[in-house]
Design a protein around this ligand. Structure first.
Ligand code: HEM
Length: 419
C-alpha cells in the first residue's frame, strides 16, 4: 500500500494496520524519519500528536506532572465515545483504573497491588507458576504436539496464572475470557465490529462489574490470602476505595494480566520459528533465556499505544505542543528506533543492552513486569525441554486491534523429546 499525506493519519488509527506487521513498520519507520512528532487529524478520531521515537516517548513519560494520563488513555472513535457517554453521562472512559489516574491519587492506588507483584512475593508463587506452565505444555503433548499454540497454551496459561493470584475459581475463567475478548478485540471481525465497539465495551464492563461486585462482597465478609481480598478491603487515604475504582482495579488486572503475556509468549515463539538460527542458539545455551525474553517484549510490544495529555505548552523537537493537546505514544515504534537499537528489525536473543519500551516507562511502568518475565521463563523452559523440532504448521493469524494486539492463531507441530 502506498502511504502518503492523504491516508497516513487514518492508517495510524486503523485496527487493520496493526494486524499487518509489515504495513505497521513501514508506516512508523516513515514517521520516525520524516515526522517524529506528527500532528494527526484522522477522520473518525479527535486529533492528537503521534510520537514515534524512543527518546521522545521517554521524555514525555518521565514528566508525569506535565503530561497526564487523564482524560484520554486509548484511541476511541467519536462514535465509540458517544456510545460510552450515553451510559456514563459525561465520561468518555467507562472505568477509572491506574492507567487513567495521575499524581498522588495514582500513587496511592498503585500501592495497593504493588507488593503482590514484586519479586519477593512472586518467589513464593514460582512453583505454582511452573506447575501451571507444565499443565498447559502437557496439553500440547496430549494433542500429539500438533495444535494451535494460542488456543492450547498461550491464551489459557497466563489467564490461569492471573486468576490464581486474584483467587478466582477455574470454572469462571471462560466467562472472564469472554468479557475480556469483548473489551479488547471488539474491532476484530471474529468478535465484534467497529460500528458497535462502544456498546460492546460497555456491555463487557457491565458484566465484569456484576461479577466482581459479588466477588468483592464475598471477600469483605470472608477475606482470604489473595489479591481479590486485598482489593476488596483496600483503603486509600483512610477511606474505602470508591466502587468504580475497586471494580476497575479488578478489570485492569483481569485484562492487563493475561492478554499482554499471551501475545508475548506466542509472538516470541513465532519470532523464534521465523529465525531458526536464533532458536538453535537459545537451545544450545539456555542461559540466554532472560535476554531472549527481553527481546520478545521489544519485538512483540503487545500494547500498541497509550495517550498522555499536555498540561502546559511544551516544545518537542521542532513542534509546539499546546496545553490540552493529547499525544499518542507508539511503543512498538519506539522499540524499532534505529537511533537506540542496532538492526532494530532483527530479532536477536542476545541483544544487550535492551532498553525497550514494551512495559512503558516512568511512574506508570507496567506493574506486571516481573510476573510476565517469570511466566515466559517458566513456559519456554518447559516447552524447549519437552519438545524438539517445533515448526509452523499453518498460517498464523493476528487480532485486528489498535490497542492490545498480537497473535490469534499459531498452528505448530513438534516432536516429543526423547531423553
Ligand atoms: C508481556 C506482558 C505485559 C506487557 C507487555 C505489559 C505492558 C504494559 C504497558 C506498556 C503499560 C503502560 C505503561 C506506561 O503507561 O508507561 C502497562 C501498565 C500496566 N500493566 Fe502491564 N504489561 C504486561 C503484563 C502485565 C501483567 C502480567 C500485569 C498484572 C499482573 C500487568 C498490569 C499492569 C497494570 C496494573 C498497569 C498500569 C500501571 C499504572 O498505570 O500505574 N501487566 N503494562
Amino acid at each position: 500500500m502506498k502511504i502518503d499525506d492523504t491516508n497516513i493519519d487514518d492508517l495510524i488509527c486503523s485496527p487493520d494496520t496493526y494486524a499487518n506487521a509489515r504495513l505497521y513498520h513501514e508506516l512508523f519507520d516513515k514517521l520516525r524519519h520524516e515526522a517524529p512528532v506528527h500532528w494527526t487529524t484522522p477522520t473518525n478520531y479527535e486529533p492528537f500528536w503521534t510520537i514515534s521515537k524512543h527518546n521522545d516517548i521517554r521524555e514525555i513519560e518521565r514528566q508525569n506532572d506535565r503530561f497526564l494520563n487523564a482524560p484520554r488513555s486509548i484511541l476511541q472513535t467519536y462514535k465509540e465515545e458517544e456510545q460510552i457517554m450515553e451510559v456514563t453521562g459525561s465520561r468518555k472512559i467507562p472505568f477509572e483504573s491506574l492507567v487513567n489516574m495521575d499524581g498522588m491519587h495514582h500513587r496511592a492506588h498503585r500501592g495497593i497491588a504493588q507488593p503482590w507483584l514484586m519479586p519477593a512475593k512472586l518467589k513464593k508463587l514460582e512453583l505454582d507458576i511452573t506447575n501451571i506452565a507444565k499443565e498447559f505444555v502437557d496439553r500440547l503433548e496430549s494433542a500429539g504436539g500438533n495444535a494451535d499454540f494460542c488456543q492450547v497454551v498461550s491464551t489459557p496459561y497466563p489467564l490461569r496464572v492471573i486468576m490464581t493470584i486474584l483467587g478466582i475459581p477455574q470454572e469462571d475463567e471462560e466467562l472472564l475470557l469472554k468479557y475480556s475478548r469483548m473489551l479488547a478485540y471488539t474491532t476484530d471481525p471474529d468478535i465484534g465490529s467497529e460500528e458497535e465497539i462502544g456498546a460492546t465495551k460497555i456491555e463487557a464492563f457491565q458484566r465484569f462489574f456484576e461479577y466482581f461486585r459479588v466477588l468483592a462482597a464475598e471477600r469483605r465478609k470472608n477475606p482470604r490470602d489473595d489479591l481479590a481480598s486485598i482489593i476488596a478491603n483496600a483503603q486509600v487515604d483512610g477511606e474505602a476505595m470508591t466502587e468504580l475504582a475497586a471494580m476497575s482495579y479488578y478489570v485492569i488486572f483481569a485484562i492487563a494480566g493475561h492478554d499482554t503475556t499471551s501475545m508475548s509468549s506466542a509472538g516470541g515463539l513465532h519470532a523464534l520459528l521465523e529465525a531458526p538460527e536464533q532458536m538453535a542458539k537459545l537451545r544450545a545455551d539456555p542461559a540466554l533465556l532472560p535476554t531472549a525474553i527481553d527481546e520478545v517484549f521489544r519485538w512483540v510490544s503487545p500494547i500498541k499505544h497509550f495517550f498522555r495529555t499536555a498540561v502546559e505548552d511544551y516544545r518537542l523537537r521542532d513542534q509546539l505542543i499546546r496545553a490540552g493537546d493529547s499525544l499518542l505514544m507508539a511503543f512498538p515504534s519506539g522499540n524499532r528506533d534505529e537511533e537506540v537499537f542496532e538492526s532494530p528489525h532483527s530479532f536477536k536473543i542476545d541483544r544487550s543492552p535492551n532498553q525497550h519500551l514494551g512495559f512503558g516507562s516512568g511512574v506508570h511502568t507496567c506493574l506486571g513486569v516481573h510476573l510476565a518475565k517469570m511466566e515466559l521463563r517458566a513456559l519456554y523452559s518447559e516447552l524447549f525441554a519437552r519438545f524438539d523440532n517445533i515448526e509452523l504448521a499453518g498460517n498464523p493469524a493476528f487480532y485486528v486491534s489498535n490497542t492490545v494486539q498480537g497473535l490469534k492463531h499459531l498452528p505448530i507441530s513438534c516432536n516429543i523429546r526423547r531423553a
